[in-house]
Design a protein around this ligand. Structure first.
Ligand code: ADP
Ligand code: ZN
Length: 293
């Protein structure tokens, strides 16, 4: 049987999987992310001897994804200092002697949603996760967009809400960027209460929905994705998605209209389909492409 390796490399845990060529998960193991000299050999030990055809990695970033760069496939300026400049792709290639593909964790998840999940059958989509941070993967022509570095959807600037008590937000790099204003931990910083515990009626949710809607509006105006998929811990609040749709419609002001955007954007701004498996499935798709070269 032909099998592929998939690694979802996260800041808190590493999820490793062995999948058959149809994407069925044959084995799935998760280990905590410690220092690279502990975690990398443990991962290599897992994949060694598994007779996988190729390995795909969806990795926390930022990463060097320029294929002609000598540092291609290395982690770059991450706040996790021990992981800075770790050539993660090369380490696996040298140890396993198989093709290894790498992309950012959000691009991998976006790819999985685009091929197998909420945007299946479409050419383009935007996948955004609103969790500890905010990150987005842009798929155009069925492939993740890399551009010069990679898009940083979470750091786009948005207009502060007039009732936001902290209108500059909390990003160390930018004033009033989306992540600094709308990532999960900003609730605690503003209101000393976690997003999980704030009642639906709290103004915080109106502000949150406004920021996410601004991001949707900007994406629609910038590259017209065929679907917008919103995931991550904060979106677990079920009332938030309808509120985001409502505010996005208001911002669009009927300037953009399309049959796919009818029903109050119900089929246009949606939840992910693949749930917790999107990262691993995206890494599998990367592996499959690398293995078919
Ligand atoms: P990560 O971004 O770390 O990969 P998540 O997407 O699960 O993981 O995001 C975690 C963050 O999402 C938490 O820090 C918290 O702020 C927020 N969060 C988690 N669960 C909920 C919830 N049920 N309601 C609102 N916010 C939540
Ligand atoms: Zn920022």
């Amino acid at each position: 049987m032909v099998t592929f390796g998939a690694l979802e490399a996260g800041g808190t845990k590493m999820v490793m999987g062995i999948l058959d060529e149809n994407g069925s998960i044959l084995e799935r193991v998760s280990i905590p992310t410690q220092e690279p000299d502990i975690t990398v050999p443990a991962m290599i030990a897992f994949f060694s001897g598994k007779t996988i055809q190729a390995l795909g990695i969806g990795c926390f970033g930022p990463l060097d994804l320029n294929p002609v760069s000598p540092q291609f496939g290395s982690i770059t300026a991450t706040p996790k200092i021990a992981w800075r400049h770790i050539p993660i792709r090369t380490l696996f290639m040298d140890a396993l002697h198989i093709p290894v593909a790498i992309d950012t964790d959000v691009n991998a998840a976006a790819l999985a949603e685009s091929r197998l999940g909420a945007a299946k059958g479409l050419n383009s989509c935007l996948y955004v996760t609103i969790g500890t941070g905010i990150g987005g993967g842009v798929i155009i022509g069925g492939k993740p967009v890399h551009g010069l570095v990679h898009p940083e959807v979470g750091h786009q600037l948005v207009t502060p809400h007039p009732q936001d008590p902290c209108p500059e937000g909390f990003c160390p790099y930018h004033k009033h960027c989306l992540e600094g204003l709308a990532a999960g931990p900003t609730f605690e910083k503003r209101y000393a209460m976690s997003a999980k515990d704030l009642p639906h009626t709290h103004i915080a949710w109106d502000i949150e929905a406004d920021y996410i809607a601004q991001m949707c509006h900007n994406a629609i105006m910038s590259f017209s994705p065929e679907k917008i998929i919103l995931g991550g811990g904060v979106m677990q609040q079920q009332f938030l998605l309808p509120l985001v749709r409502e505010k996005t419609l208001m911002l669009l002001g009927q300037y953009i209209q399309h049959p796919h955007m009818e029903n109050g954007l119900k089929d246009y701004i949606v939840s992910p389909d693949l749930g917790i498996h999107s990262g691993l499935m995206g890494s599998f798709l990367l592996a499959k492409e690398a293995g078919n070269l």
